[in-house]
Design a protein around this ligand. Structure first.
Ligand SMILES: Nc1ncnc2c1ncn2[C@@H]1O[C@H](COP(=O)(O)OP(=O)(O)OP(=O)(O)O)[C@@H](O)[C@H]1O
Ligand SMILES: [Mg+2]
Length: 496
């Protein structure tokens, strides 16, 4: 309970305003209620709470709220006028700090703090103090529940279930229990309890099957900006043709993301950048990475960072990265990273700062959070991003070779319940030279339609006919592909 001691110290330090940014308002109120901050000074300190809806209410003794003090300037005038010390906890006062009158009233209270110690505690989910008040204030960080606190929350919820279900025994899988405690990290006490309750109350058990729902719910709780997306359907690497080198590289690093972090002499991998030809499986491989590492995957929508809240791009990025950190171990997938950080018209300043924020975070990151970024337009990739040491490795995803085209064909036929053994895949693989994986998939899809139209099962002939009809992008964009390959040689390693 060190946090309570810290809070006490802040109050004792004669700082008139304490700012607490939290979504766990009731936990903070409880901290004030359950502690005898009332005898901090020479004088007894009564405790008050204010909200716009209820006005001012005394909390240390049970008194009815005083509705007449519900207006922000009224309550501040009231506080300024009282000649006794006290602690005034103002909930969600942040919108009213825009009013110069309120700012001045607060300043008056602060200036006279030495005469009358009226402590103002501002609790909001987010709060920016006007500059005039900064020097009178201190920020108090209410820490999220520790491992032990989470355990006691889960135990309490479990006990509650047992009480309500006399005769039934709660079924706790010890391994799932440990994972549950671990996965609940990063949430407020209230949310921890809520998720624990969901997990336990629906079946009176804590089992592995509870975990995906907990992760999902946790992610939903944390992702308030809508910039991070939880990817439900991760892909297995078995569904990706080729990219053997990348696969091997990932396999070797899988240990760092396991449950037991016993391999301390190994650095936690930071991430990779996949660069390559359109449609050759970069996005697919990014998703499959999570499959190999055995973690959930979050997609960070870099482009949405700019659109969502104008002028708050960096803050959004920082918040999203913080959320992702909390979700570790996980894969953070940034698709088409160049779109988010390439100079955006006149707004190159912002994208520079966004890139800076991202690179700093990457460099300082120590936890099991693996970044997979993809890009296909090298001309708009900032050089800072591809400099050695940023990513652990930059992989180049080229057009598939003959054998790989054969594998991709087989994968896509089987995904659509076709027996690939009765087809001449070698022949189709030859006929699809220069095709990307996406184009090969398209051949399979179109051939299936054609076969369906003439009422026969799919045959090699259908596949060959579709292949002949397709003009692959690599032919249309011959020069571009050439330039990309040239850029890649020396800078990247082959994913295949
Ligand atoms: N190597 C592959 N193995 C299996 N399927 C593939 C492969 N490459 C591409 N595909 C198929 O093509 C689809 C599109 O590929 P994907 O989106 O991963 O390519 P990309 O490299 O990310 O392309 P873009 O540069 O256009 O984003 C995939 O969903 C998959 O069905
Ligand atoms: Mg893609």
């Amino acid at each position: 309970m060190d946090r309570q001691k810290d809070l006490r110290l802040i109050l004792q330090s004669k700082t008139p305003i304490v700012v607490i940014e939290t979504r766990d308002e009731s936990r903070v109120i409880d901290m004030f209620k359950n502690n005898s901050f009332s005898n901090l000074g020479e004088e007894y300190l009564p405790l008050f709470r204010w909200t716009i809806t209820d006005g001012l209410q005394r909390l240390d003794i049970d008194l009815e709220p005083q509705l007449h003090n519900s207006q922000p300037d009224d309550v501040l005038k009231h506080i300024r006028a009282v000649s006794k010390s006290g602690i005034y906890v103002l909930l969600d006062f942040h919108p009213y700090l825009e009013d110069p009158v309120n700012v001045r009233l607060l300043k008056d209270i602060c200036i006279r703090f030495n005469e009358t110690a009226r402590h103002i505690v501002l609790i909001s989910h987010q709060l920016k103090l006007p500059q005039e008040l900064e020097s009178f204030s201190a920020k108090f960080d209410i820490a999220l529940p520790t491992d032990e606190e989470r355990q006691s929350i889960v135990k309490r919820v479990a006990a509650e279930w047992s009480n309500q279900n006399p005769g039934s025994k709660i079924d706790i899988d010890p391994k799932a229990y440990q994972l549950l405690i671990k996965n609940l990290a990063g949430l407020t006490a209230r949310d921890t309890e809520k998720l624990a309750r969901n997990a336990i109350f629906h079946d009176g058990a804590i089992t592995k099957s509870d975990l995906p729902a907990v992760m999902q719910a946790k992610y939903d709780l944390l992702n308030r900006g809508g910039i991070l997306h939880f990817e439900y359907d991760t892909v297995q690497f078995a569904d990706v043709g080729g990219l053997e080198n990348l696969k091997r590289w990932l396999q070797q690093r899988k240990v760092a993301f396991g449950q037991q972090q016993s391999v301390t002499q190994l650095d936690t991998p930071k991430g990779i950048l996949l660069i390559g030809i359109q449609g050759c499986g970069k996005s697919l491989a990014a998703k499959a990475t999570a499959g190999i590492l055995g973690t959930p995957i979050l997609r960070l929508d870099f482009a949405a960072l700019y659109n969502k809240y104008h002028g708050e791009t960096e803050r959004n990025l920082r918040d999203s990265l913080k959320t992702a950190d909390i979700m570790a171990p996980c894969v953070l997938w940034i698709d088409e990273i160049e779109k988010g950080i390439a100079g955006r018209g006149s707004d190159t300043g912002t994208s520079q700062r966004v890139l800076g924020t991202f690179l700093t975070w990457m460099a300082e990151k120590k936890n099991a959070l693996f970044v997979v970024a993809t890009a296909n337009d090298i001309s708009s990739l900032p050089p800072e991003l591809v400099r050695k040491g940023r990513f652990d490795e930059i992989f180049f995803v080229d057009l598939p070779s003959g054998t790989i085209r054969r594998t991709i064909l087989k994968i896509h036929l089987e995904l659509r319940d076709q027996d690939s053994n009765i087809m001449n895949l070698d022949q189709v693989a030859i006929a699809t030279r220069g095709f990307s994986g996406a184009e090969i998939e398209q051949v399979v899809v179109s051939a299936l339609y054609a076969a369906h139209a003439h009422g026969n099962p799919l045959s090699t002939k259908d596949l060959l006919a579709e292949a002949a009809r397709t003009k692959p992008l690599s032919v249309v964009m011959d020069e571009k592909v050439g330039a990309l390959r040239q850029w890649a040689s020396g800078r990247t390693v082959s994913a295949d």
